[in-house]
Write a protein that binds this ligand. Structure first.
Ligand SMILES: Cc1ncc(C[n+]2csc(CCOP(=O)(O)OP(=O)(O)O)c2C)c(N)n1
Ligand SMILES: [Mg+2]
Length: 582
């Protein structure tokens, strides 16, 4: 509580003003929402207190943008929606943040309590609808309690496993007034960024884990998105280097250590370069900030049951949920890795020396994988091969760039093939809920979080169609965002599955041929249509040079559903009914 009280607001003000004052005190970044009558006093106060608020064209996109902002900064992203449809439109976006553990403070207007449940316009049971979509839903019943409950929202959003908190504000609470004192407007600085506080795993369990690791010949770190929430990058690199332990990661965990690091063995789970093979041959798996869900485990086929697992997670009950753990380390990822490193200090040299052969396997295995992938990565095919697009991204994006990946093949291919050059959250896929439509609004949120860095979003044409209206928002917000549209004129993932599993009977899987570059230009943005792979890098560069408005790079990729899936040539893959293919 470090604010200087004499500079703080006080006196009679309405609830909306009090809300805005609290957000200002919390150092709120860009906010995303669409107004309505209930929150009008809040909107009015936003400008007065100098907050940065962007009108969004769909509240779901406001939640996506806030989510991406929060992933880049670890500070709560802020979004709002009005009573009823505004509130219900937030659901998908908030669940992305809930499942991804992303700190969000969301605000909804609700009916005036003098008239609730009398067929008020736009009324619905929004509190019941939204409650399971958030970590905590706080119904604000008194104008006077707004400062306290905003404090609570930030504390819950950034503590433990971060998540979205919804403040549901009835119209009369927002429009009503209260005589606030200067002492009302305080906030705990520690709660303004995740992790608000760090908890260390049990000392005895750390010792047991250290013993297991010390005697392991082929330990492997499996890292999820928790590493970014904990900002545990340095601790991970130090631990992995000191102990000579390779690191595999989920899509959300990409950048736990830089992909360029010789210890990084890439993605594991549904898609893998060499990591799945290393898991199979491991004798000790150290899982860090990862839920071991369906995709990470290839629908629970990995890791094999006989391999001991040490599981470090901030949520105690995640440990053992999908896969039993020999050793449970309940705590913050960074703190846990630091403690493990310390507990292994004496054996570091021995362990490292003992694993020379193990580590020496990595580079040739990666080389073999790359040689096999090279024809695709270097492909001169027209339409453009997705692997070639990923290689151009690897070549063209600067080290501090951020790539935001939508669901569909945009995420699948870049998850497997895109390499970050530095540790950190430089790759932002929406793997909490894997909705399509995240790319463009997520790109906008990332852009506003890091205006000086190159931000590229990659989206399927279906996902882009879903949230295309946000191009207007991104242009209005002056985002120098590059949006790659993976243009396959299809709901491609669905079409590829229908090819592989339904004997090529395609149902509701095709989209129109569209020129998304022309659409972008019509909307006052840059637009580059690419059919030749040789033109990719200059198109990307041109997009990244544009600093004040978005550029759409429309890339025509294969229309052949047999060529769409990343991991395998699915003409030869065996698929059982009910299975999902890699
Ligand atoms: C909101 C939503 N609806 C449906 C899905 C299921 N789904 C996963 S990938 C995909 C295809 C999306 O098409 P597009 O965005 O063009 O991506 P592509 O697979 O063609 O690259 C669909 C429908 C989803 N992930 N999210
Ligand atoms: Mg598509």
């Amino acid at each position: 509580m470090t604010k200087d009280l004499k500079n703080l607001p006080s006196g009679t003000m309405n609830g909306g003003r009090a809300l805005a004052e609290m957000l200002s005190l919390a150092g709120a970044g860009p906010m995303f929402g669409m107004g309505g009558f209930q929150l009008l006093p809040f909107y009015d106060a936003v400008g007065l207190v100098g907050l940065n608020h962007h009108l969004i064209n769909d509240e779901r996109c406001g939640a996506f943008a806030a989510d991406a902002y929060a992933r880049i900064t670890n500070r709560p992203g802020i979004c709002d929606g009005t009573l009823g449809p505004g509130a219900t439109n937030l659901v998908t976006g908030l669940i992305e943040s809930l499942n991804g553990g992303i700190p969000i403070v969301a605000i909804t207007g609700d009916t005036n309590r003098s008239h609730s449940w009398k067929n008020m316009t736009q009324e619905c049971r929004q509190v019941e609808i939204l409650r399971p979509a958030v970590k905590e839903l706080i119904r604000v019943e008194m104008t006077s309690r707004i400062p306290e409950l905003v404090r609570r929202a930030f504390a819950v959003a950034t503590s433990g496993r971060p998540g979205p908190v919804l403040l549901d504000v009835p119209e009369d609470v927002c429009h009503g007034t209260h005589d606030f004192t200067v002492e009302d407007f305080v906030i705990d600085e520690a709660t303004l960024k995740a992790p608000a506080r760090r908890i260390r795993p049990d000392r005895a369990e750390v010792e047991r884990a250290a013993k297991l690791i010390a005697k392991a010949k082929r330990p492997l770190l499996l890292v999820g998105g928790g590493i970014h929430l904990s900002e545990g990058w340095d601790a991970l690199a130090k631990f992995a280097e000191a102990q000579s332990i390779p690191v595999a990661h989920t899509m959300s965990g990409k950048g736990g250590i830089a992909c360029a690091s010789p210890l990084n063995v890439g993605l594991f789970g549904r898609y893998s370069r060499i990591a799945n093979d290393l898991i199979e041959a491991s004798d000790c798996l150290i899982v860090v900030g990862c839920k071991l869900g369906e995709i990470a485990t290839k629908r629970f086929a990995l890791p094999p049951a006989h391999i001991p697992v040490i599981h470090l997670d901030i949520v105690a009950e995640e440990i053992g949920r999908c896969r039993s753990a020999e050793i449970a380390l309940w705590g913050d990822a960074r703190a846990g890795l630091e403690d493990l490193a310390e507990a292994l200090l004496d054996s570091a040299k021995v362990a490292g020396g003992g694993r020379t052969d193990y580590l020496a396997e990595i580079a040739p295995r990666m080389k073999k994988w790359e040689d096999e992938a090279a024809p695709r990565l270097d492909s001169g095919d027209r339409p453009v091969h997705m692997a070639r697009l990923c290689r151009e991204l690897n070549k063209t994006l600067p080290a501090d760039a951020i790539l935001v990946a939508d669901g569909g093949f945009a995420g699948h291919w870049t998850g497997l093939l895109y390499d970050t050059k530095r540790a950190g959250r430089h790759y932002v896929p929406d793997r909490g809920f894997a909705s399509i439509g995240y790319g463009l609004p997520g790109g906008m949120g990332a852009c506003l979080a890091a205006p000086d860095r190159a931000v590229v979003a990659i989206s399927g044409d279906g996902g882009f169609n879903m949230t295309l209206g946000e191009l207007e928002t991104a242009r209005r917000a002056g985002c120098g965002l590059t949006v790659i549209v993976v243009n396959n004129a299809a709901s491609g993932y669905v079409k590829a599955l229908q090819h592989a599993m339904m004997g090529g009977r395609y149902q509701s899987a095709d989209l129109n041929e569209m020129d998304y570059a022309a659409i972008a230009r019509t909307m006052g943005c840059g637009g580059i249509h690419v059919e030749d792979p040789e033109a990719l890098s200059s198109a990307l560069r041109q997009g990244m040079e544009e600093r004040d408005r978005p550029t759409v790079v429309d890339v025509v990729v294969t229309r052949d559903p047999a060529q769409m899936l990343p991991a395998v040539d699915n003409r030869t893959v065996q698929i059982k009914q009910g299975d999902r293919v890699a």
